[in-house]
Design a protein around this ligand. Sequence first.
Ligand code: G
Ligand code: G
Ligand code: MN
Ligand code: NA
Length: 249
Amino acid sequence: TEKSALVLDAIESKRVIPFFQPILDVATRRVVAYEVLSRIEVNGEIMRADEFVEIAEKMGVIHRLDALVIERALCRLHEMGHDGLVFINLSPRALVLSEFGRSIRQIVADSGFRNEQIVFEITERDTVKNLSMLERLLNELKIEGFQLAIDDFGSGFSSFHYLRRFPIDFLKIEGDFIANMLVSQKDRAVVTSIKSLAQEMGITIVAEYVESQEVLDELHKMGVHLAQGYYIGKPARQTIAVDWQALAE
Ligand code: G
Ligand code: G
Ligand code: MN
Ligand code: NA
């Protein structure tokens, strides 16, 4: 289709721009991490990832987008003096390509960040045929010090399967549960149970779609570690300089 052709052209001509969304330590109210969200430029306008990532996956160019965005994002974050964690979305389909595994390792090695600072987010949205190959690669990355997160946890059917099979450090709770947890008893129960599951497994929770102070305060009471959402900061080209500690006082 026409849209696919535009997406393909933007990726091939490297009109790829990393955006950054801050992630807050709920207890200390400090920004300790950023999630990298890619954008492409199409007809002079910025296109959001949810409009092109699936197209890039289907057209077999997602590994190129992912490698390019990691390289540019780490370069920018290094320039801006960020020395915390960096959460990076990876398509499982890119990960199972052996040349992709080599290139991300090299990009990180050249970036000024340590492997331990990089958290790869794996979503179950894009299913891979070769799960054992994905498992092998994730285990290798883990041994090299990289960290792993399951993204949109709770939204898919294979969540628990991934949790058993892969060496997971972070769970990012599907944002809809968080956004509704003050009004829906069911959503709240899902959040509470994911929290206790994670606690038993020694996994850190990230709450997404935190859109109000009330939700942030509730997460604090529940003992959720990290939070992300429009209330804390929208994805932007620059890392934000809001002093959350000062705001909390
Ligand atoms: O920023 P936006 O809401 O459009 O992101 C939608 C989804 O696209 C995110 O949930 C994320 O999983 C995915 N995404 C964003 N950036 C990237 C990227 O660089 N690579 C891959 N594979 N997925 C991305
Ligand atoms: O699937 P993934 O978690 O990677 O998606 C991240 C995307 O979710 C971001 O690119 C952003 O567009 C969107 N997002 C981030 N915070 C919020 C929020 O507080 N509310 C809503 N509705 N969307 C958000
Ligand atoms: Mn994500
Ligand atoms: Na998510």
